[in-house]
Design a protein around this ligand. Sequence first.
Ligand code: SAM
Length: 337
Amino acid sequence: MAAIKVKKVEAEKVKRLLKRLNLYDGKRRPKREGDFVLLPILDSAKVQELEFEVLDVELPMRPDRQIYKNLESVLREKLSENELKHLRRYDVIGDIAVIQIPKELEHRREEIVEGLLTVHPFLKVIAVKGFHEGAFRIRDYGIIWGEERLWTVHKENGVKIKVDLSKAFFNPRMKGERYRLAQLVKDGERVLIPFAGVLPYALVIARYKNVHITAVELNKEAIKLGLENIKLNEKKLKGSIEVIQGDVFEVLPTLGTFDRVISPTPKGVDALALTLRKAKNSLHYYDFVHEENINQFKNYIIEQCNNYGKKCEVRIKKVSDYKPHVYKVCADVEIKN
Ligand SMILES: C[S@@+](CC[C@H](N)C(=O)[O-])C[C@H]1O[C@@H](n2cnc3c(N)ncnc32)[C@H](O)[C@@H]1O
């Protein structure tokens, strides 16, 4: 992640300059280091032209609006302290709120709906979510308030994403991760995205970088939405996106290699060997790993690299909690030869 190191006394002035030139990365937090401050930037090449030294450091994302906290404080007047403990984090996707209501709070459904509408007056649908099902990873939803629909247009990272939760997978919580990858991708790269869904990764990357992306997805409904999404964002995209409908395990062997491969692998699917073979310089491979097995996972990837005669540097990044002690992780694999 790119940043510049400036003296603390000059930080505000430099930050204003970077903002004026659209080079300041407002989605990340600056960091103090003694008498210096690390300022997050968007475009290393342009900032270098201003004669700043650009460093590769990881600066944390700014937290999302504290929407969960707001719901909690609205409900504080109506729910007991013990009931509040059962309140779960929820998502707002376009004008749809998606929440889990545990059995301990079933009798409070009406208050929760009212609370959500107070915090987000623009909502048109409130749905409770079940589990992901089948190869397409579609969740089971029940609408508990509002219009009878599960499609909407969600905005994230400067793109519009049409989703239909009843037809295709979408996870708004990967917003920060998509932004992180968009910053790592370099102009001119050829990028492969298997398991592409309605194209959230492809859209965000093409929004920021002039790249050619090949996206592969099996679910025809996701492909339809993805094509609509390309149209919806046409004017904003710097890069281009080509979509292939089909099974990743059949399509990838027919394709050549790519500068970078991004694999948002569905849970329980092992596509490591396949995606590694397709990557010339970088692979970002998502998987679900118990915290005790993270090193083992890293070594497994290095072993696979060796099997294919590639020398790799692997960094494992915890992306989100999945269940106690199990994380969704991204293995950032740099291929050295
Ligand atoms: C975890 S979801 C990720 C979707 C998308 N990248 C996102 O982040 O929203 C996995 C996706 O892979 C698709 N999928 C599952 N098995 C597949 C296969 N064998 N070939 C192609 N796509 C597949 C599913 O339909 C789903 O859209």
